[in-house]
Design a protein around this ligand. Structure first.
Ligand code: EPU
Length: 352
């Protein structure tokens, strides 16, 4: 375990918050983690403990007073097939998009829609990342974790992970107990493309029309997804951000009807209010739309702002933003969506 004291976290969070931690501990293998905890050396480190990936879904609100752990377990390897499924294992510290690229290059369908999501494989398993109609849970088979209670590596089967919308057991009842060390993904040879989200199908068709006779491959869909993302979302390497700042709210259908009536009274009876059926009488409303309706799209103030092409993303526009500025903007947006739409936005980004 490599341990550093009074360490800057600026390079470890895509928002680019210039905060530090008392202690930073990096490791390269699951065995190193087990050995470290088994030896009791963790008792020498300041608490609380926090485990991060590439910090692409969190907001440090201040200096972190304890120890930040970070995994450098990076590998992708093929496993023997099981029940007719092609399986791979990837280390928790592997860049998620490298996994998507590997799958696309090897002709595996299932990870291509998740291309370009910032972060690492371990965080993907905790967060159940999702985009363009696909979710991590669709391709995971099991998650290998360091269990801080038993001080050993254990396997958590997909069903035990209790995946939901950007949610899992690792964020709920097992929070703080497990550290993901690797994930096993499985792919069905019969799987095919998933194009039924937004403009994906139309964009894929445009590409395919330009290369008649060529079969559609995961590589082609991946490149379309990367283009769509690139045109909508800011690159954290250029503009600090943590992707969607808020979750898309899920509300009872009658409540959605009220919001829709409000919009139609404003824009006319045929106005298409964006929404997705969430089952059991519930409807998901895009938070991006709610934020835009409340007038925040493209808003900027000091060092922070609301991204013009996707208002669900808050940005560190100058690279010099302090956590307080992001928090103040979050508060204003939440209050206005509450006032105007009667909906409480919940942050997707974890506040530390
Ligand atoms: N919209 C607007 N105004 C805008 C942009 C979007 O009104 O300026 C409305 C449109 O009606 C659009 C709808 O919002 O159809 C949905 O927009 P989009 O397809 O961009 O997706 P999203 O719901 O805003 C979610 C994920 C993203 C993921 C995209 C694409 C959440 C919180 N966010 O965003 O994930 O990339 O779908 O699948 O679920 C992330 O989690 O960090 C993230 C970027």
């Amino acid at each position: 375990m490599e341990i550093r004291y009074h360490y800057s976290l600026k390079r470890h969070n895509t928002f680019g918050m210039d905060v530090s931690c008392t202690c930073f501990a990096g490791y390269r293998s699951a065995e190193e983690l087990v050995e470290f905890f088994a030896s009791g050396r963790q008792y020498d480190l300041p608490r609380p403990f926090l485990h991060i990936g590439s910090g692409s879904n969190l907001l440090f609100t201040k200096d972190f007073p304890g120890t930040v752990f970070h995994s450098d377990i990076r590998f992708i390897r093929e496993l023997p097939e099981k029940d007719g499924k092609i399986r791979i294992e990837t280390g928790a510290g592997t860049v998620w998009d490298d996994v998507c690229e590997w799958c696309a290059v090897h002709g595996l369908w299932g990870a291509e829609n998740l291309s370009g999501i910032p972060g690492e494989a371990g965080a993907a398993a905790v967060q159940n990342i999702g985009a363009y109609g696909a979710e991590f849970k669709d391709i995971v088979s099991e998650v290998h974790c360091f269990d801080a209670v038993t001080c050993s590596i254990r396997t958590i089967k997909k069903d035990e992970c209790r995946y939901g919308y950007r949610d899992s057991v690792f964020k709920q009842s097992a929070k703080g107990r497990y550290i993901v060390t690797s994930v096993i993904l499985e792919f069905s040879p019969e799987a095919g493309p998933k194009l039924d989200y937004g403009q994906v199908e139309a964009e894929v068709k445009k590409v395919m029309d330009g290369i008649p006779g060529t079969p559609l491959t995961p590589r082609i869909v991946r490149s379309v997804i990367l283009d769509i993302r690139g045109s909508r979302l800011p690159d954290p390497a250029e503009t600090g951000n943590a992707g969607s700042f808020f979750k898309n709210p899920v509300v009872p259908k009658p409540f959605y009807d009220k919001v829709a009536n409000y919009a139609r009274s404003k824009y006319g009876p045929d106005y298409p209010v964006p929404h997705f059926d969430a089952g059991s009488g519930f409807v998901k409303i895009p938070a991006a739309w709610l934020i835009e309706q409340c007038g925040w799209k493209g808003y900027s103030e000091g060092n922070v702002g609301v991204y013009l092409k996707q208002p669900l993303v808050l940005v560190n526009a100058t690279g010099k933003a302090r956590p307080e500025e992001i928090l103040a903007l979050e508060k204003k947006i939440t209050a206005s969506v509450q006032d105007i739409m009667g909906i409480t936005l919940v942050p997707e980004v974890e506040h530390i």
